[in-house]
Design a protein around this ligand. Structure first.
Ligand SMILES: [Ca+2]
Length: 192
């Protein structure tokens, strides 16, 4: 039996233990739900036209343009990017300082007569990490959605990842719009 002073000490330490467990479970729950998302809709350019801008509440996100903006086609707004043989790369973004097991999901809408045009992600050293996506997830208004899940491998601690669009075809052009990159802190929560 626990009595008197011993009981007070027991209740005191038990309460602290309980409080810690509650706080810990709250932290874990919050962490598993956090994710972030950026988008490039190809609408807005910076002053010299070299970058696309996506204004957010706290900063302006910049995506490389490479003179690819066009008003010939658009999935959202008035503009998209047009990739040709001469301008084969466009709408790129560098994810800084990635960590093993982090999960990113890139997606983009593609308008492509011959099924050319890829969504690519790779490390600075492409022999360490290089993945691409050209398969269609779903279609809407003639546009095709490409989704690329990026699970950061163990050998890419503190490295930068490039995410971009590539027209691998030397004859046909391709349009892309609404490049989106989502971030999941853990390898879970696959969503679209
Ligand atoms: Ca657009």
């Amino acid at each position: 039996m626990i009595k008197g002073k011993n009981l007070t000490i027991f209740v005191y330490f038990f309460s602290i233990l309980l409080l810690n467990l509650i706080l810990q479970s709250c932290e874990e729950k919050a962490e598993s739900e956090i994710y972030d998302e950026i988008i490039c809709d190809a609408e807005l350019l910076n002053e010299n036209g070299s970058k696309f801008i996506t204004p957010t509440r706290f900063q302006e996100l910049l995506f490389n343009n490479n003179n690819t903006q066009t008003d010939e086609q658009a999935y959202s707004g008035k503009y998209s990017v047009k990739l040709t043989k001469e301008k084969a790369f466009g709408m790129s973004y560098i994810i800084k300082n990635v960590q093993p097991d982090e999960h990113f999901q890139a997606s983009v809408w593609r308008l492509s007569e011959y099924g050319n045009g890829l969504l690519v992600a790779h490390a600075e050293d492409v022999t360490q990490f290089y993945i691409k996506q050209g398969e269609v997830n779903k279609k809407d208004k003639g546009w095709e959605l490409l989704i690329l899940d990026i699970i950061v491998p163990q050998n890419l601690k503190n490295q930068d990842l490039s995410v971009y669009l590539w027209n691998q075809d030397t004859t046909a052009c391709v349009y892309f719009d609404d490049l989106k990159i989502r971030y999941f802190p853990q390898t879970q929560g696959l969503k679209e």
